[in-house]
Write a protein that binds this ligand. Structure first.
Ligand SMILES: C=C1C[C@]23C[C@@]1(O)CC[C@H]2[C@]1(C)CCC[C@@](C)(C(=O)O)[C@H]1[C@@H]3C(=O)O
Ligand SMILES: O=C(O)CCC(=O)C(=O)O
Ligand SMILES: [Fe+2]
Length: 415
């Protein structure tokens, strides 16, 4: 039952056509603290509230419909890249590079095994999420997301959107990988939720560090696959500013009418996702069909995001995906979004597999994150919409000579 049903006027997103109708034209940008506090209780429902009902076109082939039964045979065959073998020797790296090149040039999705993440740590991170989302709402609200930020706790993004609400709760926090980062994740959890949550913060500090290592290992394989060598993208993300997101999808009374996470491309560079046990829900858009994904036990699923698509000048595709929910089963997933330092300029290298004509202008992660928080659209054109929003790509004459190595903040012209 909805605790507060006062929804402000529904306004299509500023870009038009997006599925996320925002409050007052821009998320947080237009309303600031004036937003009505809308809180939905996603538990003990017999029907889903109207704002959670999605357009039929978006939810076709959901996991509970008859059509999904057919789609189940269409389960996506996801290449399993052995990260350990890739890092141990040239043969393993060659095989991994071939696997990721084929997957990323098509739909930007693969899974990794041999990643070296301690199963006990992965279990503790999943159990930690289960414990957090079972807390009373008032306790979870201690971490309530502040307007204009991506960190904190939300129920269905109801503080940002008024229609097509996702059937999920999320807890997000940032993980810095630069020298001065310290235990920023552990500090955030304890300072936001209280000292009694220090053990939870320690688990997520360790988990984020493990995700960072896996992400940089994947970046080594991606660099090799594009003829840039294993160090190129490792260097670019060496001082990354990433986001960790815990997703919780309660069992849903009408799963065929809503979505846990709507169709989208992640704006960040790379997503490394761990799902809880065998409760599936992630689907990837391939050849116009939503294909269910069933990862190998213990595997991490990986998708390319918009920032990495720009870093490869469109050669590797940002993955269009969504998450469906279930009538009888809850589901949890942990998504680690690798993102560059906020002010590092995203620009493709001239070497390797980049084409001459630039598809996207130079931008920073701060620019793109700001865009997603204000004008988010769920389609494969987010980066194109962002590029138009920012400026057309610089023409070849007069463009600064691209650097031979990953650009750093000091070497670059401002965007
Ligand atoms: C920068 C970000 C915005 C979202 C979280 C993330 O860190 C990366 C993924 C983005 C998101 C999950 C894409 C789908 C829509 C979204 C609103 C969501 O469903 O949560 C996006 C996240 C956001 O909080 O804006
Ligand atoms: O929960 C999932 O499987 C997908 C979540 C997702 O796509 C996201 O959080 O960006
Ligand atoms: Fe995603």
């Amino acid at each position: 039952m909805v605790e507060s049903t006062k929804l402000v006027a529904m306004v299509e997103s500023a870009e038009g056509g997006g599925w996320l109708a925002t409050k007052g034209g821009e998320t947080d940008g237009g309303m600031g603290g004036a937003n009505e506090s809308v809180v939905f209780d996603l538990w003990r429902q017999t029907k889903i509230p109207a704002p959670f009902v999605w357009p039929r076109a978006d939810v076709l082939l959901s996991s509970s419909s008859a059509a999904a039964a057919a789609a189940r045979e269409e389960e996506l065959d996801v290449p399993a890249v052995d990260l350990g073998a890739a890092l141990r020797g040239a043969d393993g790296m060659r095989l991994a590079a071939v696997q990721v090149a084929a997957a990323c040039a098509s739909h930007g999705f693969f899974q990794v095994i041999g990643h070296g993440v301690d199963p006990a740590l992965a279990r503790a991170a999943l159990d930690g999420a289960a414990g957090f989302f079972r807390l009373p709402l008032a306790t979870k609200q201690r971490a309530r997301r502040a307007p204009g930020t991506v960190t904190g706790y939300t129920t269905a993004h109801a503080d940002r959107f008024v229609a097509n609400l996702p059937w999920k709760e999320t807890l997000s926090f940032s993980h810095r990988h630069d020298a001065g980062a310290g235990s920023n994740v552990a500090d955030y959890i304890a300072s936001t939720l209280g000292n009694e949550f220090k053990p939870l913060g320690d688990v997520y500090q360790a988990y984020c560090e493990a995700m960072e290592e896996v992400s940089l290992a994947i970046m080594a394989v991606l660099g090799e696959s594009l003829g840039l060598g294993s160090a190129y993208y490792r260097e670019f993300f060496a001082d990354s500013s990433s986001i960790m997101r815990c997703n919780y999808y309660p069992a849903c009374p009408e799963p065929e009418r809503t979505l846990g996470t709507g169709p989208h491309c992640d704006p960040s560079a790379l997503t490394v996702l761990l799902q809880d046990g065998d409760v599936d829900g992630l689907q990837v858009l391939v050849g116009g069909s939503w294909r269910p994904v069933r990862p190998k036990p213990g595997a991490l699923v990986v998708n390319i995001g918009d920032t990495f698509m720009a870093l490869t000048n469109g050669r590797y595709k940002s993955c269009m995906h969504r998450a469906v929910v279930h009538r009888e089963r809850e589901r949890r997933s942990l998504a680690f979004f690798l993102s560059p330092r906020e002010d590092r300029v995203v620009r493709p290298p001239v070497a390797g597999a980049c084409v001459e004509r630039r598809l996207y202008p130079d931008f920073t992660w701060a620019d793109l994150m700001s865009f997603t928080q204000r004008h988010y659209r769920a389609d494969t054109r987010t980066l194109d919409a962002f590029a138009r929003w920012l400026r057309p790509p610089a023409c070849s004459s007069g463009a600064p000579p691209p650097p031979s190595s990953p650009p750093t903040a000091t070497q670059q012209t401002t965007v």
